[in-house]
Design a protein around this ligand. Sequence first.
Ligand SMILES: Cc1cc2nc3c(=O)[nH]c(=O)nc-3n(C[C@H](O)[C@H](O)[C@H](O)COP(=O)(O)OP(=O)(O)OC[C@H]3O[C@@H](n4cnc5c(N)ncnc54)[C@H](O)[C@@H]3O)c2cc1C
Length: 468
Amino acid sequence: MSNNTNKKVAINGAGPVGALLAVMLAKKGYQIDLFESRPDSRKTTIYQGKSINLALSDRGWKALSAVGLDEEIRKQAIPMYCRVMHDINGNITKQPYGKEDQAIWSVSRAGINEQLINLAEKEPTVNVHFGHRLTQLNFSDNTAVYMDENHHQKIYESDLVFGADGAFSKVRRLMQELPKSRISYSLDYMQKSYMELTIAANEDGSHKLEKNALHIWPRKDFMLIALPNNDGSFTCTLFMDHEGELSFSSLAKHENKQQKVSEFFQQYFAPAMDYLENPVEDFLSKTPSPLCLVHIYPWLVNDSIALIGDAAHAMVPFYGQGMNCGFEDCRVLAELVEQHDHQWSDILNAYQQERKENGDAITELAKRNFIEMSDLAGDERFLLRKKIEAKFHQMHPELWIPLYSMVTFSPDIPYKTALHVGDIQRTIMDEIMLIPKIEQEWQQAHIYEKLLVLAQEKLVNNHSELRL
Ligand SMILES: Cc1cc2nc3c(=O)[nH]c(=O)nc-3n(C[C@H](O)[C@H](O)[C@H](O)COP(=O)(O)OP(=O)(O)OC[C@H]3O[C@@H](n4cnc5c(N)ncnc54)[C@H](O)[C@@H]3O)c2cc1C
């Protein structure tokens, strides 16, 4: 094995992905400088960002367990075994996410980030530099300039540089400014923005809604979701159009906004009003946050500077995969370090080749999933489709894994395969749903015989590479 103990790696951004990458590369013997523009959130009471919580699922767990961090993180995580859908009249339906014991896990963004930074600091070769904002990068010698909290410039040199600095990455912007860089890039703001609201705990600290579930109030063009926290509260997120007839903007700018916003919540979220804590005041005092998609290629410069996590592939949150995908980037990269015996030109090129297509695939799937969450999740025919798929999966698990399960619970299936197989499954299910009296006969054997013929023909015979 090559001697790598003297190699210095600069990781810009100590978000969840940068912190995990620091642990992984330290365990491979590298000297790590982890730079974060914000102050250390563990030592300051100043509000450091959003209080969102995130759904951690099997791809994230697989990456964490690769370096033995999963058990520590699991102590603070809450399993969510199902979606609980709240319709406009207050009726509730439950949809399991997968098999009985399969769950996605609610973790606080700040909490998991601090846990990962604690774990990074335990590595003897990791130095964390808070309050260090990357301002310049010399691509010819990997020298980076940082502005510290006292507005002093600091210069660090390293052998490898990672941009783990999120959706608005400075490393990425500096890459784009390189003369003759030939970088293809797009950042698309989505029509939807989001705002956090809260459901407080009961006085005894218990949860006001079922704890082990992700709650959704789907209203077609907008939706409210709630994920549980350990203190008994729920963090809620309202997704709706930024501009337009019924939007964050139209409500907040209305001349009678107090009344308008109150009417909006009463009209669409009446059953949730018993739980939400000051939603009208929150709505009027907060600024909605944008959602954006980032595509960029290449992810590398000079085979020694690379993007990772949201810096490479920011996506909308409707599949709950942004952080999971970033963790998977880290795991794959760490595996490639061994496979290519610490030869970084080979490692980074293989990393880019493997991850770019997968990043694009999950970005696309996430964009599509808003409709499933906000509209279809309450639709009878859509639910029937899901039931038929679930039953067929039980009968032929080697042939059919529902798309949600491929993405969420099958870390060995690449996102790009999930996207491809999911598209074929959709055409098959479109045909099945056209069978007369499907609503009454969906449990009968002839439905599954036809499904088997179609699956064998379209998934197996024509696409041997798509065999699951
Ligand atoms: C509403 C919402 C819900 C989401 N839900 C989920 C979910 O359920 N599941 C999921 O997997 N993902 C979810 N995501 C996505 C997830 O939050 C991101 O994918 C994840 O945070 C990306 O991690 P990161 O470390 O790449 O970037 P970030 O979390 O953005 O961290 C980047 C870090 O870089 C620092 N930084 C920025 N610029 C500089 C600079 N110039 N110098 C030094 N440091 C810098 C920042 O301060 C920050 O700490 C959600 C996102 C949103 C918005």
